[in-house]
Design a protein around this ligand. Structure first.
Ligand code: PLP
Length: 496
């Protein structure tokens, strides 16, 4: 018998086929108002474990079978299992399936009543670090495709390309990765390019430095968004460039202000922008400002350094095509990307796409710093792009992060609506929470640190320390549901 799953009724019942035992287990799940379905399903499975009806080591049905019997999308069941794997309630055993974690207490044999909060007797250990970090929009490395990456790395280390020399190759990066990236960027970002238009770098941080170094002349100025990305500022300064801040409002960088600056500053060579999801405010630069920005760049011969660091994470609507895809030939755009958000910041792979002369200058400087990149890692990632692993990972991560964004937005609305507000970001891995007048983000963040929560106040993102934005950039993607709930509770405790 099949009950309708998550109809408009707040309560839904399910059949859950139980593998191995041959018996059928009925799960009753209640979806709280506004709660994503996958979390409701995850809670229902936890409740069955706590009741002792699912015991340590019990097999769970495959996601396809469970989705079918529940009349749910398989992605929903996938996301529920994923949450439970990350929280330590379930374990996945390669080529065997998914099981209730064996290190949990057997709630059934001890006849314990259900416990739901951490720290109560018999509660399983919760996943997560002792100190919570709301980050600035980091991804969750626990979702990363580490198994295929390790396999691809092993193949790369055994490949003739490595074995027959393994030595110094092309300073622009492994040809296979550049070929793969060219196809990927064509499909995903509408960039018309070939492998020779790409320079692979150690993270986009290196590309920021190389771009500024290749552009720099004595006294050169780069305009940057303020508030903005301070690591880019550090890279530009290290390359000997002077910075001038351009204000950002709720439409993104103020292009009219940039135009005034370009008219009055003869040494202005370039402008650095994060148009897809402005860092830190998350705003997408609209079509009118994009066109005007391109026109200002053309008229004043400015190079646009476009940092598209989290392009893949667009939740509402389609990703916006980069400036690099729209720019005419007479406008110089250096388009930068990174695998730090797509996989994890520990994978130090970034890339730059630029016109040939500028790319050559950047490659020469890269060679002076580091003769070539990490050959096996680059080959392995090239393979994962070509065989579709990275795109599949992006799809899965996007789904999970969208649910986490919605959950974060719900919690922020519930707990902070009297002291702060925010605009739901259409994409990216953070929410910009603006505090009401009279509140100090800096002292709030300091209180949070004492409670074990790391959170970044507006001061971290401004060139104008005397007038920092009273706001937090809250990364929601690296924390699972339980961790995020704890982080928000601590943030509330630290607040006014
Ligand atoms: C604005 C911005 N650009 C680029 C990056 C990625 O830097 P990298 O590729 O050096 O890890 C980040 C990561 O946090 C970022 O926030």
């Amino acid at each position: 018998m099949l009950y309708p799953a998550y109809s408009k009724e707040p309560v839904a019942k399910y059949w859950m086929g139980r593998m191995g035992g041959g018996t059928a287990l009925v799960i009753e799940a209640r979806q709280e108002a506004g709660e994503p379905v996958f979390l409701a399903l995850a809670r229902a499975i936890i409740a069955e474990i706590e009741r002792g009806r699912l015991k340590p080591g019990d097999p769970l049905p495959g996601t396809r079978a469970l989705a079918k019997s529940l009349e749910l999308n398989r992605n929903t069941v996938d996301a529920a299992y994923h949450e439970l794997l990350m929280q330590g309630w379930l374990v996945a055993e390669p080529s065997r399936g998914t099981f209730v974690a064996r290190d949990l207490p057997d709630f059934g044999s001890k006849r314990q009543s259900p416990v739901t909060s951490a720290g109560q007797g018999g509660s399983p250990p919760r996943f997560g670090p002792a100190t919570l970090n709301l980050s600035d929009g980091a991804p969750d490395p626990r979702l990363a495709p580490t198994v295929p990456l390790a396999q691809a790395l092993r193949r790369a280390l055994a490949s003739p390309a490595f074995m027959a020399g393994g030595g110094y190759g092309d300073p622009r990066g492994d040809p296979l990765l550049r070929e793969a990236l060219a196809g990927y960027l064509k499909d995903e970002r509408g960039l018309a390019l070939g492998p020779d238009d790409i320079l692979v770098t150690r993270g986009s941080q290196m590309a920021l430095f190389l771009a500024a170094a290749a552009l720099a002349r004595p006294g050169a100025v780069i305009a940057v968004e303020s508030p903005g990305y301070s690591f880019a500022w550090a890279a530009f300064r290290a390359a000997g460039v002077r910075l001038v801040g351009v204000p950002v409002d709720d439409g993104g960088i103020d292009v009219a202000a940039l135009e005034r600056l370009a008219a009055s500053e003869p040494h202005l060579h370039a402008v650095y922008v994060t148009p897809h999801h402005q860092y830190p405010t998350t705003v997408t630069l609209g079509a009118a400002r994009r066109l005007r920005l391109l026109e200002v760049a053309r008229r004043h011969r400015l190079t646009i350094i476009e940092d598209d660091y989290d392009h893949e994470y667009r939740f509402d609507g389609r990703p916006v095509l980069p400036l690099a895809a729209r720019a005419a030939e007479d406008i110089c755009v250096v388009h930068l990307g990174s695998l730090s958000k797509l996989i994890a910041p520990g994978i130090r792979i970034g890339y730059a796409v630029a016109p040939p002369t500028l790319l050559r200058r950047m490659a020469d400087r890269r060679e002076a710093l580091d003769r070539q990149g990490d050959l096996p890692l680059e080959r392995a990632l090239g393979e994962l792009i070509l065989d579709g692993t990275l795109k599949r990972h992006a799809r899965k991560a996007r789904r999970i992060y969208q649910l986490r964004r919605d959950n974060a937005a719900l919690l922020l609305t519930q707990h902070f609506s009297t002291v702060a507000d925010f605009t739901l970001p259409a994409g990216g891995l953070a929410i910009w929470l603006r505090l009401k007048a009279g509140l100090s983000a800096e002292s709030w963040a300091m209180n949070a640190t004492h409670l074990g929560l790391s959170v970044l106040p507006g001061l971290r993102f401004t060139l104008d320390a005397a007038r920092p934005p009273e706001a937090f950039r809250l990364g929601f993607a690296s924390l699972d549901e339980a961790e995020l709930a704890r982080a928000i509770a601590l943030l509330k405790q630290a607040g006014p």
